[in-house]
Ligand binder design. Structure first.
Ligand code: ZN
Length: 573
């Protein structure tokens, strides 16, 4: 029994050790090994290939450029910054700084800074590496920047062999090292990329010089020299990209960007790169549909920044839908964490407006609504409601034809032209008119017998208007044209409408009375229509238009036709 306990204890101890082993092997206390690659004397013809290799491996590096090279390789210099590397400087034409006068040192550094700012389109402070690593206290005091030296020199400028470069870097690598390389040699590019593959396997993360020091809590001071940055006990994370969200303030949608404390946020809204064109974010800004937000967080856009994130802001959320069910208005909210807010007085639904909770009674008037909530702000929709339970997007309650559209729809005279669309200004074709007329008569006590024959050469069977056209022909309401056609798609003129209605009144024995109106344009009315126009104006079914004109040849709109047909309906009773 005692023996078993002992073995169990040993077994447990081994298990614990096995659990701990992978952690202690890769990094101490879960901290990553950091290392900084630096490239001097470029950019050059091999730098683009190096950048391709670094990008493929997710590696960041620092480039101590010569001013004279940056002038020539300006595109490469911009690519270096764009891809998250750090642009630093090495003087204009590689002099030994200690041999120059004060003004000479200032010119080398100042002129290169101007060139880099010009090429990059933004102003930065550039880390300096004195050529040959040659400096003294006088030179350091003139730099106005930290001086970055190195801790590993593979002597790649002398030994142009990729394997030699690789082996020296790998053999001497340590956590916090700064490695000196030159991207103007093809052998260096090959050797460095091979070394990266090996060191990444060993758990190294390649960072810019700025990041190496920032993540270990060490600040870089002007006029001081730096060779490496071994673990300090502090290890911060890489800069996290901002979070793009939207918020509603007083009913208006705003875009909000959030990043870790201390990091600046840069952004653009036109699709351009925030690293080059970004504005500094200070407060939420107005949201517009279709806006593309690109943003990154940075302690320094040059060398200490996050990845850039992009978000195209389409509509925020999904439009709620509205319908009428059992005479009540029902909203369908298709958004989570959002309410449907609505108003019935024409005002814009806002955070203080009524929130939809249950179906409510129809009324004659306007209904405006939208969904509002966390990350949801749909555009305001306006629809018109009638007591009879009709909804119209295009029939304002203030229009003269609001009641007509409502009654005509309720009676089923008009089929809408789409969901909740009446198209009041749409023109009325001959086919539409006879169809509404037929439907109207079906809703009266009139004795209607279904038509038996087809009537017109151009009205095929099975069309939505075929039966109505045949009925109109059989009852002598429509005679058609001399060539035997009906011309269903032709818009009906006002005088044609009068003639058809006149024949219908005759056919069904409806008597009318009253005095005909005298229209200002009476001379324009065709002879064959004069009597019909007189009769219909006398009984008030058709009215004049602006300026007491009849406008006989004008087409009728759907709203006008609805009004005429409803007066006929009332007359027939
Ligand atoms: Zn150099």
């Amino acid at each position: 029994m005692k023996q078993l306990k002992k073995w169990t204890a040993l077994f447990l101890a081994i298990c614990c050790l096995l659990t701990l082993l992978p952690m202690t092997a890769s990094a101490s206390n879960g901290q990553k090994k950091l290392i900084a690659l630096t490239f001097d004397d470029g950019p050059g013809p091999y730098t683009q290939r190096l950048l391709d290799g670094l990008a493929a491996r997710g590696v960041q590096a620092t480039f101590f450029e010569l001013g004279m090279r940056a002038e020539t390789y300006d595109d490469t210099t911009r690519r270096i910054l764009r891809e998250g590397h750090q642009v630093a400087q090495h003087g204009y034409d590689h002099p030994q700084l200690t041999s120059l006068s004060d003004d000479g040192v200032r010119w080398q550094i100042g002129h290169t800074e101007d060139i880099l700012n010009d090429v990059l389109g933004r102003s930065f402070t550039y880390l300096v590496r004195p050529p040959y690593g040659d400096f003294n206290s006088r030179v350091l005091s003139l730099l106005d920047a930290p001086a970055i030296i190195w801790s590993i020199d593979p002597v790649d400028w002398r030994d142009r062999n990729a394997y030699t470069v690789r082996d020296r870097i790998v053999a001497r690598a340590f956590d916090g090292a700064i490695i000196l390389c030159h991207d103007i040699y093809s052998s260096t590019v090959d050797g460095v990329l091979m070394a990266i593959d090996i060191l990444q396997e060993q758990g190294y993360e390649f960072v810019t010089v700025n990041e190496l020091y920032r993540r270990r809590g060490v600040s870089l001071n002007n006029g001081e020299t730096y060779y490496s940055c071994k673990p300090t006990g502090t290890q911060l994370d890489a800069v996290k990209a901002p979070v793009i969200s939207t918020e509603i303030v007083n009913g208006n949608a705003r875009v909000k960007l959030t990043a870790e404390a201390g990091a600046a946020i840069y952004y653009t809204t036109d699709g351009s790169d925030p690293v080059f064109n970004g504005k500094r974010y200070t407060a939420p800004f107005d949201f517009t549909v279709g806006m593309t937000v690109k943003t990154c967080a940075a302690y320094n856009l040059n060398g200490s920044r996050s990845e850039t994130v992009t978000k195209k802001l389409d509509a925020l959320g999904i439009d709620p839908t509205v319908r009428v069910e059992d005479g009540k208005i029902v909203f369908d909210n298709r958004n989570q964490n959002a309410d449907v807010l609505f108003t019935t007085d024409g005002s814009v639904p806002n955070t203080g407006s009524q929130s939809y909770s249950a179906p409510f009674e129809c009324y004659d008037g306007v209904l405006r609504f939208r969904a509002l909530g966390e990350n949801v702000c749909t555009p305001v929709k306006t629809i018109y409601v009638t007591k009879n339970g009709n909804l119209f997007w295009d029939v304002p309650n203030t229009s003269w034809y609001f009641d007509e559209a409502d009654r005509a729809t309720t009676l089923g005279l008009f089929n809408g032209t789409g969901v909740y669309r009446f198209s009041p200004d749409g023109t009325l074709t001959r086919a539409m008119f006879v169809t509404t007329l037929y439907r109207l008569m079906q809703r009266t006590d009139a004795d209607l017998t279904p038509p038996e024959t087809q009537s017109f050469a151009d009205v095929p069977a099975g069309q939505w208007y075929s039966e109505a056209a045949a009925w109109a022909a059989e009852n002598g309401i429509v005679l058609g044209y001399a060539d035997g056609t009906f011309r269903p798609e032709q818009s009906i003129t006002r005088e044609e409408m009068c003639v058809m209605l006149d024949r219908l009144l005759d056919r069904f024995g409806i008597t009318t009375s009253g005095t005909p109106m005298t229209f200002a344009d009476a001379d324009c009315i065709s002879d064959w229509a004069k009597e019909s126009v007189d009769r219909l104006s006398a009984c008030g079914i058709i009215n004049g238009q602006r300026g007491n004109r009849f406008a006989p040849a004008r087409g009728s709109t759907r709203a006008e036709a609805a009004a005429v047909l409803l007066r006929l309906y009332d007359l027939i009773g």
